[in-house]
Design a protein around this ligand. Structure first.
Ligand SMILES: *Cc1c(COP(=O)(O)O)cnc(C)c1O
Length: 373
C-alpha cells in the first residue's frame, strides 16, 4: 500500500484533536470480559425512548428507499408550535452538534475568531479549529464571583475582539453542570455587538427547574444575532438518532440552511422526534428520574466525602482528589463507565451521568471501593 507521510490538510485540521466519546458498553465488555456493565458516560437518558417513539419509527420502514424530507416539514411544524415561532425560525441538525458546525461554517473563517469559556463543551473548540478560525478561551470563574469552573460572562464579554463572529455559551454547561441566570445572560446579550452571533446551547434545557434559569427563546425577537440550540439526545432519549435544532430569526436560519446538507436528518429521526415532542408524560418521567438521581448522587458523594459541582444537568462533575484517569480505569474494571474530563482541564474530575437508581447505586459503590483501595 502506498501512503503519504504528510497529508496536506489545512493548518486548523493538522492541529485538531478529535472528540473523545465515552467508551461504548460493548467495547468495555469485549475488552475486559465484563458483563452487565453500566454506562454513565455520555449523558444519555437511562429510560430511553417511549413506546410511542418506537411505533413512529416502525412506521417509517415502508419508506426506507426514499430520501427523507429535506425540509423536515412535520418536525419543523411541531417544533415551531412548541417554541411559539414560525417554521422558518427552525434549523434542523444531525444532532445539535451539526447546528454548531453550521454556525462555524457559515460565520467563521481563518480571519475571524470565536469566543467560549474555559471548561466549555468540547465541540466549540473543535468546530472553530476545523475552520481555521482563532479560538479565544475566556477564563472561567475561580469560585469567588460565581460557581467555580462556571462561565464568567464578564470575561467572555472582555474576550470579544474586533474579528469575533461567534460566541458559544452552554447553559447549562457540560461537563460542569453550571448555569447562568436570566438577568446576567440578558445583560450580556445587550452588550454584544450585532456582528457577533451568540449561540446559547440549551442541550439540557428540559432538565432545568431553577426559578431564574432563562428560556433564551424569549429573547429571539430582540436579538437578531441570537441562536438557541436544543437537542433530542438528552432528555428525549434519542441520542442514537442524531437530531437537534436551532431556533433563531429567519435571516440567521437562512444562513445556516445554506450550508446544511440537504438530508441531514433521516426519516426515522424526524418521525421519532415528532413523537417524542408530543409525549410530555415520558419527558416528565425522565426529568423526575433525573432529579431523584441528582439527589442520590449528591447524598452518596457527600457520604464518600467527595466534592462535586452542583449541577442542573443530567450529570455531575466529581472531584476525586487525585488523577481521575486512574480512578476511571479502576471503575472500568468494576464494570462502571464514567467520563474523565482531563481534556477539559479538570484532571481531578470525573463526569458521571445520572442513570437509573440501581445504576447510580452501583457507581457510588464502585467509587467508594476504588477510592478506599
Ligand atoms: C450533549 C450536548 C450537545 C448535544 O449533542 P447532540 O449533537 O445534540 O447529540 C450539545 N451541547 C452540549 C453542551 C452537550 O452536552
Amino acid at each position: 500500500m502506498r501512503t503519504l507521510e504528510f497529508y496536506p490538510a489545512t493548518p486548523g485540521v493538522q492541529a485538531l484533536r478529535p472528540y473523545a466519546p465515552g467508551k461504548p458498553l460493548s467495547e468495555l465488555e469485549r475488552e475486559y470480559g465484563i458483563r452487565d456493565a453500566v454506562k454513565l458516560a455520555s449523558n444519555e437518558n437511562p429510560l430511553g425512548p417511549s413506546q410511542r417513539v418506537l411505533d413512529a419509527m416502525q412506521a417509517q420502514f415502508a419508506g426506507l428507499a426514499r430520501y427523507p424530507d429535506g425540509n423536515g416539514f412535520e418536525l419543523r411544524t411541531a417544533l415551531a408550535q412548541a417554541c411559539a415561532v414560525s417554521q422558518d425560525w427552525i434549523t434542523l441538525g444531525n444532532g445539535s452538534n451539526d447546528v454548531l458546525e453550521l454556525v462555524a461554517r457559515a460565520f467563521l473563517s481563518p480571519q475571524t475568531s470565536a469566543v467560549f469559556s474555559a471548561h466549555a463543551f468540547a465541540v466549540y473548540p473543535i468546530v472553530t479549529q476545523a475552520i481555521g478560525a482563532r479560538a479565544i478561551v475566556a477564563p472561567a470563574h475561580d469560585g469567588s464571583r460565581g460557581p467555580r469552573f462556571g462561565h464568567d460572562l464578564d470575561a467572555i464579554q472582555a474576550a470579544i475582539d474586533a474579528d469575533t463572529r461567534v460566541v458559544f455559551i452552554a447553559n447549562p454547561n457540560n461537563p460542569t453542570g453550571t448555569w447562568l441566570d436570566r438577568s446576567a445572560l440578558h445583560a450580556f446579550l445587550r452588550q454584544v455587538p450585532d456582528q457577533v452571533i451568540v449561540v446559547i446551547d440549551e442541550a439540557y434545557f428540559e432538565y432545568v427547574n431553577e426559578a431564574d434559569y432563562p428560556n433564551a427563546l424569549e429573547w429571539l425577537a430582540d436579538f437578531p444575532n441570537l441562536l438557541v440550540t436544543r437537542t433530542f439526545s438528552k432528555a428525549y432519549g434519542l441520542a442514537s438518532l442524531r437530531v437537534g435544532y436551532g431556533i433563531s430569526q429567519p435571516g440567521l436560519a437562512d444562513m445556516l440552511n445554506r450550508v446544511r446538507q440537504p438530508f441531514n436528518v433521516n426519516s426515522f429521526a424526524q418521525a421519532a422526534a415528532v413523537a417524542a415532542l408530543a409525549d410530555t408524560e415520558h419527558l416528565q418521567r425522565s426529568v423526575q428520574l433525573n432529579r431523584q438521581g441528582l439527589q442520590q448522587f449528591s447524598d452518596g458523594l457527600r457520604d464518600l466525602s467527595l466534592d462535586f459541582i452542583p449541577s442542573v444537568g443530567n450529570f455531575i462533575a466529581v472531584d476525586v482528589g487525585r488523577a481521575a484517569d486512574i480512578v476511571y480505569e479502576k471503575l472500568l474494571r468494576e464494570g462502571v463507565i464514567v467520563r474523565p474530563v482531563a481534556n477539559y482541564a479538570m484532571p481531578n474530575y470525573l463526569r458521571i451521568s445520572v442513570g437509573l437508581e440501581t445504576e447510580n447505586h452501583r457507581c457510588l459503590q464502585a467509587l467508594g471501593k476504588v477510592l478506599a483501595a
